[in-house]
Design a protein around this ligand. Structure first.
Ligand SMILES: N[C@@H](CCC(=O)O)C(=O)O
Length: 365
């Protein structure tokens, strides 16, 4: 059946519907990863967004039970050039389209994703509507609706865990604040034998410190970091007391809690080959990224943070560390999934930091 993608600037793409027959509205974004569609569509950071996959053939190695980054798919929609009904891979259990249908995510195929991406690159992210399957839309009305529609502000509360849960190990005790955690983060901590407890995003600093963690990990998550001032305040309270490692939204929260400011990027960094320079070692690493906001470089001047990583494509902030406390964070995804694992050593750095800080007796001061 026919389906349209209509953008707030009046552009209309006509394609074929798949997945849910229902329509949806969201911010239209794009990711340039050539593989990793399963990880991308299940990443809670994409909650409520309409995701364009720029690689032209999606679904060729199917969907498997192991590669989900979260079991609930919270995307508002997905846009592809083409998806295949005949995946070929020994791990595949079903097709991309079957998953989208089961999870009730509306999809559109058969559109020129290169044209759409160029448009988003030129104008910045745009709000868009995927029409219901088979519906003939009134474009003018929809464009007016889109222009009046504002982006949601409650995505983190939609995707964070409702209750704490353990992921046991015999090593360092880590509390993960779940803002919409990718399971890749948990996998990396568990690989290093951490004894993890994942807690809801709005857990208080007092409750977290009462768990006597060796370290706190701040996960990735969707939306504008300034939408969760309560979490910024919690992070601010935690900084002097416990070693901390933040990824993506977690990095933004540590930075905001330290007095920096954030801004919305024109079209975000999404993909699996973003070069980042580690200013400590001088090494450039290829990274997996997925963010629409960034920390303002200049605003770091007003903080006790120092810049550790920089994006080589646009010179934006990719990582900082605290000058006085064992706290560091990166804007990119060191866990990869999907994407390069050049920076996975940062998890080892976190373990190291927890060991040395415990020895120095700086915990729970
Ligand atoms: N929601 C934030 C962070 C993304 C993430 O943590 O994956 C952004 O878009 O900038």
């Amino acid at each position: 059946m026919k389906r349209y993608l209509i953008l707030e600037d009046g552009t209309v793409f006509e394609g074929e519907a798949f997945g849910s027959p229902q329509g949806s509205t969201g911010e239209v974004i794009f990711t340039t990863g050539m593989t990793g569609y399963q990880e991308f569509i299940s990443d809670p950071s994409n909650c409520a967004q309409i995701l364009t996959l720029t690689y032209p053939l999606i679904g060729n190695y199917g969907i498997n039970p192991e590669d989900f980054e979260a079991m609930t798919i919270t995307l508002a929609g997905v846009v592809v050039r083409e998806w295949t009904e005949q995946p070929s891979n020994f791990r595949s259990h079903r097709t991309f389209g079957e998953l989208m249908e089961e999870r009730q995510v509306p999809g559109i195929s058969g559109i020129d994703t290169r044209q759409l991406t160029k448009l988003l690159r030129t104008h910045g992210s745009l709000r868009g509507k995927l029409t219901a399957a088979g519906e003939e839309p009134n474009v003018e009305e929809i464009v007016a609706e889109l222009n009046a529609w504002s982006l949601p502000h409650d995505e983190v509360s939609r995707v964070s865990t409702q209750r704490p849960y353990p992921s046991p190990g015999r090593g360092c005790r880590v509390v993960v604040m779940d803002f919409g955690m990718k399971h890749g983060i948990l996998r990396e901590l568990n690989k290093r034998d951490c004894d993890v407890t994942v807690v809801p995003y709005n857990t208080s600093a007092e409750t977290i410190l009462a768990m006597q963690p060796d370290g706190v990990m701040l996960s990735n998550g969707p939306g504008d970091p300034t939408d969760i001032p309560e979490a910024i305040e919690t992070v601010r309270q935690l900084i002097p007391h416990v070693p901390m490692f933040g990824v993506c939204l977690g990095h933004q929260l540590i930075s905001l809690a330290s007095g920096a400011t954030s801004f919305k990027l024109k079209f975000g960094h999404r993909g699996a080959n973003h070069p980042v320079k580690d200013l400590t070692t001088g090494r450039t690493e290829l990274t997996s990224q997925n963010h629409g906001y960034a920390i303002d470089l200049k605003s770091l001047e007003n903080t006790d943070l120092e810049l550790t990583h920089i994006a080589l494509n646009d010179q934006t902030v990719e990582g900082v560390r605290h000058k006085h406390y064992p706290v560091f964070c990166v804007q990119f995804h060191p866990e990869g999934s999907a994407g390069p694992e050049d920076s996975v050593h940062l998890f080892d750095q976190f373990i190291q930091l927890m060991h040395t800080s415990t020895k120095a007796g700086t915990l729970h001061a």
